[in-house]
Design a binder for this molecule. Structure first.
Ligand code: HEM
Length: 457
């Protein structure tokens, strides 16, 4: 298709520059980083056109504009993944489903993240976090928080979603294979020896084999509500909805979930640790809340089971997690294609154009947040609740029918991590100053964030 205006529509095209032939503005974007979008937005407005990574693109910022794009899923717009991503995730993935098929698949997935299911995952998540923090604390050297958080979120996903109980060696092998898969998900779709695409396909096939073996060796699904893992819930849920998932569907679904959880959760965990280091008063207030609820006593986390309701009722903790996800939103936005020409902010979005709705820029420019650049968890308190002043101003998990399916699992994980950090760890920045952040592929510190963990004295 050609990215031209729709002549039958009277509205003007969005302002903006298409840059040089073929490469468009890709070099400007790579060179300027996050500043690229800010400068274009200031020059051309909240809806502007550009040309990035070989394709013309309309970038959309602002709650009202984003609302129209997200609520127009399946009618005005549809998902638009690069070919490599579509192929590697597979035809049965949510990413590749539209319309009714997408709706049905989401219904099957919904149970994986239900209250009951989350309650059964909680002790496993807690265990993975505790084991990881013990390893971090026993390391005499500072750790690279971003790299280790990737490992942590992968472990969490493998244990909770797949129920895998594998040796450290097998876990390392799985992790390396998965990284190879992730590194090549966004690549040119050229299937030749030594291309990234071929490496991605090989990694995917290895992962599929491991998952198939684990599924075949799995004991029969736990009966009732006490699920062993998310795969059990998924298979159960499919039956309830009158279908049985094929092995191929199970393998693709599992990889998609781990893929969706991996980089996002690692980025958010790193940002959380960085903000707790930067703001000791916030960490202390968190400890106060845990003491007040009897979770923290004499500087130690109390033994005994934490219940989901208790974790979710910690109000200040909730504010801290929300603020981390507002200021350091892991997913910068989402890509769609216009299915028909439509109006946005007084300009036309012609049929066939790629549209990127922006989460980060929407957060950064939203008028509902006072002192928008400050890390201020109390903005989400019951007294202030700035996020409730309008819809789509706060959307770290997207919105509409394609909003994040794993939102509750992700926030539960981050809450549990914060509880363990506040209760059971001592940690210090190992560099003189805090690192700079970069935002591609997800927000993370340039040096990974070097931190020395001590555990409890
Ligand atoms: C979709 C953010 C963690 C599963 C999304 C979207 C966002 C997002 C913004 C929508 C993208 C779009 O509109 O194109 C995040 C953030 C996370 C996180 C910030 C962590 C802090 C997770 C986890 C899982 C998950 C832990 C599952 C284990 C999914 C799935 C979709 C999705 C399956 C696709 C939904 C669909 O297409 O219908 N996520 N996510 N996410 N997320 Fe998450």
């Amino acid at each position: 298709w050609t990215a031209t205006r729709d002549k039958s529509c009277k509205l003007p095209m969005p302002k903006g520059s298409m840059g040089f032939p073929i490469i468009g503005e890709t070099c400007h974007w790579l060179f300027q980083g996050a500043g690229f979008h800010a400068s274009r937005r200031q020059k051309y407005g909240n809806v502007f056109k550009t040309h990035l990574l070989g394709r013309p693109l309309i970038r959309v910022t602002g709650a009202e504009n984003v609302r129209k794009v997200l609520m127009g899923e399946h009618t005005l717009v549809s998902v638009d993944w690069p070919q490599s991503t579509s192929t590697l995730l597979g035809p049965n993935s949510l990413a590749n489903s539209i319309g009714d098929i997408h709706r049905k698949r989401r219904k099957v997935f919904a149970k994986v993240f239900s209250h009951e299911a989350l309650e059964s995952y909680l002790p496993k998540i807690q265990q993975v976090i505790q084991e990881t923090l013990r390893v971090w604390s026993s390391n005499p050297e500072p750790i690279n928080v971003y790299r280790e958080s990737q490992r942590l979120s992968f472990h969490m996903a493998v244990r909770v979603l797949l129920g895998f109980r594998v040796s450290d060696e097998e876990m390392c092998h799985l992790f390396r294979t998965f990284q190879e898969f992730v590194d090549n998900v966004f690549t040119l779709p050229i299937d030749l020896p030594f291309t990234g695409y071929r490496k991605g396909i090989r990694a995917r096939d290895t992962l599929h084999k491991c998952i198939e073996k684990a599924i075949r060796e799995k004991p029969l699904s736990a009966q009732g509500k006490d699920y062993a893992d998310a795969l059990d819930v998924l298979m159960d849920s499919a039956k309830e909805n009158g279908t049985e998932l094929t092995m191929q569907e199970l393998k693709e679904s599992t990889i998609e979930l781990i893929f969706a959880a991996f980089a996002t959760t690692a980025s958010a965990s790193t940002s959380l640790i960085m903000q707790l280091l930067k703001h000791p008063a916030v960490l202390e207030k968190l400890r106060e809340e845990l003491r007040g609820r009897g979770i923290l006593h004499n500087g130690c986390l109390c033994e005994g089971e934490l219940r989901l309701d208790t974790v979710c009722s910690l109000k200040y903790l909730d504010c801290v997690i929300k603020e981390v996800l507002r200021l350091y939103t892991p997913v910068s936005g989402g890509y769609r294609t216009a299915m028909q020409t439509f109006e946005l902010d007084g300009v036309q979005i012609p049929k066939g154009w790629s549209v990127m709705y922006s989460i980060r820029d929407t957060h950064d420019t939203s008028a509902v947040f006072k002192d928008v650049e400050a890390f201020d968890p109390d903005r989400f308190s019951e007294e202030r609740c700035e996020d409730k002043e309008g819809r789509f101003h706060y959307l770290p998990f997207g919105g509409g029918v394609r909003s994040c399916l794993g939102k509750q699992l992700a926030t539960l994980f981050l809450r549990l991590l914060a509880i363990e950090l506040a209760g059971g760890s001592r940690f210090e920045l190992a560099t003189r100053t805090f690192p700079r952040l970069v935002s591609v592929p997800v927000v993370h510190p340039t040096d990974g964030l070097r931190v020395k963990f001590f555990g409890l004295d």
